[in-house]
Ligand binder design. Sequence first.
Ligand SMILES: Nc1ncnc2c1ncn2[C@@H]1O[C@H](COP(=O)(O)OP(=O)(O)OP(=O)(O)O)[C@@H](O)[C@H]1O
Ligand SMILES: [Mg+2]
Length: 387
Amino acid sequence: MENDDISLDSGEISELDALAALCVEDDAGVDDFLVELGRNLGPGSRRLLQRLAAERQAGRQKRPGGNQAIVGAEAGLREVMAAVRQVGRSDAPVLILGETGTGKEVVARAVHQHSRRAGGPFLRVNCGAIPAELIDSELFGHERGSFTGAVATRKGWFERADGGTLFLDEIGELPLAAQVRLLRVLQDGSFQRVGGEHVLNVDVRLVAATNRDLRQAVGVGAFREDLWFRIAVFPIPLPPLRERLQDIPALAAHFSLRAAERLGLPPRMPDAADLDLLAAYPWPGNVRELASVIERAAILGDGHRLEVARALGAVPTPARATVGETSPAAPVEDLETVIRRHIESVLASCHGRVEGPHGAARLLRVNPHTLRSKMRKLGVDAGRFRA
Ligand SMILES: Nc1ncnc2c1ncn2[C@@H]1O[C@H](COP(=O)(O)OP(=O)(O)OP(=O)(O)O)[C@@H](O)[C@H]1O
Ligand SMILES: [Mg+2]
């Protein structure tokens, strides 16, 4: 229950100040806690909350690598982070799987940071961006003059990542010829530069990521099965954002702070109604899309508030969505109306059921509790749709 009238006495303020100091010390789960606190205490303490959050941000930036905070590490990404810690101790290859924008690169860096190689290099390469004729030279490097254009000796990925981690991003895009070369170096652990005479040995940990179904790619011959077995020793699947709605408040707060800093505006936190809207959206672009919606909300609110509803309204409707029936000439419907009609049409198809395997919440991919509160707010009565 939100209580907007609460005022804090000096004792409570100093208690919260002590809490702020503690928050700066320890990252785990505190963002989530701060957001909950702000939701429950109302505007007075929301201001305090913003100060706490700003202090945390400042504290983070003082620590090396600290701006790589992983929001939800103790919530929606708890299992992922447990896997990261587990595999970090070994040198086994890691394969990170997940939809676009779920945080694969963030997790790849975390694997590096949790390994004995944390002090060594972390090299990210985009496997989709290498022209076929340059693959050998990219992977293994080349000696000066070994081919036209090789004006200087160049180290390849494996040499540059020596003592650290090589992150092969979008590995599903690696052309077949490159897959063969990669497999060879993974099997032998040694290679030669193009045009070179010496055999080189390096100590590199491989982390790969893909948003493609690599098993299916193996099935249709687009990805080599032997390479798949090599890299898929320890797969870490990242859940899409719509399956970890509990992380949305903390992520929104995190991106709001980031946007405020970037725009030079005072940070504004999402309120309960904003959070409901964010929880009801399906997030096809996952965390990256949430970051851009919050940034847009910060720009639209111009330091006064976060304009979440308007920012979400500006999201282009995906082609598969059923809500975009307005013709260009028709007046634009407001977001609440569109959301209400969408909820009603799903409730109708579920005969008014909200919860359970055949309920509207499951179809809409939201928590039943969130859906009920949304329905209350929009005046939707599930009873109307029961047979
Ligand atoms: N848990 C998180 N905490 C904080 N920021 C996150 C988190 N997850 C993702 N991000 C941010 O969201 C953006 C997208 O993350 P990232 O680039 O790791 O996604 P990705 O899965 O590699 O996406 P793609 O498949 O499109 O390459 C980045 O700006 C990243 O910093
Ligand atoms: Mg990526």
